[in-house]
Ligand binder design. Structure first.
Ligand code: SAM
Length: 288
């Protein structure tokens, strides 16, 4: 089950403590995550992709909001499915790592799909408890485990992982440190998958990006930094996709929902003006 380390070992800076505090106690943003998670027990902390079913906006107004909430959840799950599609051939004997695992939904989907061992790490003790309770309820505690650990120093063995992903977590850490730790844990030929928001080097850090950073206590990186940090750590990109056009419909729908938090406006502004981009990056661990 969960490996509990003293918080001082895991949270090594004032910044990391403030990020942990945010994820331990974020009632405003949390409402949308909880309500969507209650639909089928997959509690995501990321955004959605894909076309919206037009029937959601049609029909009776009485249950329109419920239809929108269900659709937002479907799009979030589609995002996690797309991420898992990139991991390649994973066998039941393999081990995967969900770096910055939130309430664990992507880990559960990975286990269901591949039948393999999955470890999730997060610096929120609350999330570790929540996700391990979910694992117990699902009867998968021996295969899917969540740990109070820092993804910059997980304590897992060298070359033990066939795949590692970061689903909207990289904006909280230094990418060079993170990718050194990802490369250490990946086997030769192992795969790293990332979905992230990044800012466009060509436009620079916009007002919209600054507002998102402030809202989430994060530090959105420029697009170029991902590729510099991957190259510096023997991680060779095999697929890069700009998901921005695929995520805009999610945000447009979310803006019309009773669960909107107010952060929809800077996301849509940033995406539409081209200063903020939603990126999928897939890379293989190559030799040192
Ligand atoms: C936006 S949430 C994404 C959660 C999850 N990946 C998902 O898609 O549902 C960001 C997550 O990153 C985690 N996180 C931030 N910094 C971290 C660090 N240094 N080590 C481990 N987890 C971290 C937070 O605790 C939170 O769980």
């Amino acid at each position: 089950m969960s490996t509990t380390n003293p918080a001082t070992d895991v949270l090594r800076s004032g910044y990391q403590r403030s990020v942990a505090e945010y994820w331990n106690n974020n009632p405003n943003d949390d409402r949308v995550n909880v309500v969507l998670g209650e639909i089928d027990g997959l509690y995501h902390h990321h955004y959605g992709i894909g076309a919206i079913d037009p029937s959601v906006r049609e029909g009776s107004e009485d249950d329109r909001d419920t239809r929108i909430i269900n659709e937002l959840h479907r799009l979030e799950t589609a995002q996690a499915d797309l991420l898992l599609d990139q991991l390649g051939d994973i066998s039941p004997d393999d081990h995967l790592l969900d770096a910055g695992s939130g309430r664990g939904a992507t880990s559960f989907m990975a286990h269901q799909r591949f039948g393999c061992q999955v470890d999730g790490v997060t610096i929120s003790e609350y999330q570790v408890g929540f996700a391990n309770d979910q694992a117990a309820q699902r009867g998968v505690s021996d295969e899917v485990r969540f740990h109070f650990r820092n993804m910059l120093d997980t304590g897992f063995g060298t070359a033990t992982r066939r795949g590692i992903w970061t689903n909207e977590t990289t904006m909280y850490v230094d990418l060079f440190e993170l990718y050194a730790e990802v490369a250490r844990q990946l086997q030769f030929g192992g795969r790293y998958v990332c979905i992230t928001g990044c800012y466009n080097d060509v436009t620079g850090r916009s007002q919209a990006v600054r507002e998102i950073d402030e809202h989430y206590t994060c530090n959105i990186h420029p697009r170029s930094e991902y590729f510099n940090a991957l190259a510096a750590n023997n991680l060779a990109p095999i697929n890069v996709t700009d998901l921005t056009p695929q995520t805009i419909p999610y945000w447009e729908l979310r803006e019309t929902c009773s669960l909107a938090t107010g952060i929809e406006d800077p996301f849509l502004r940033g995406y539409r003006e081209g200063s903020f981009q939603y990126l999928l990056i897939v890379a293989d661990r190559i030799a040192d």
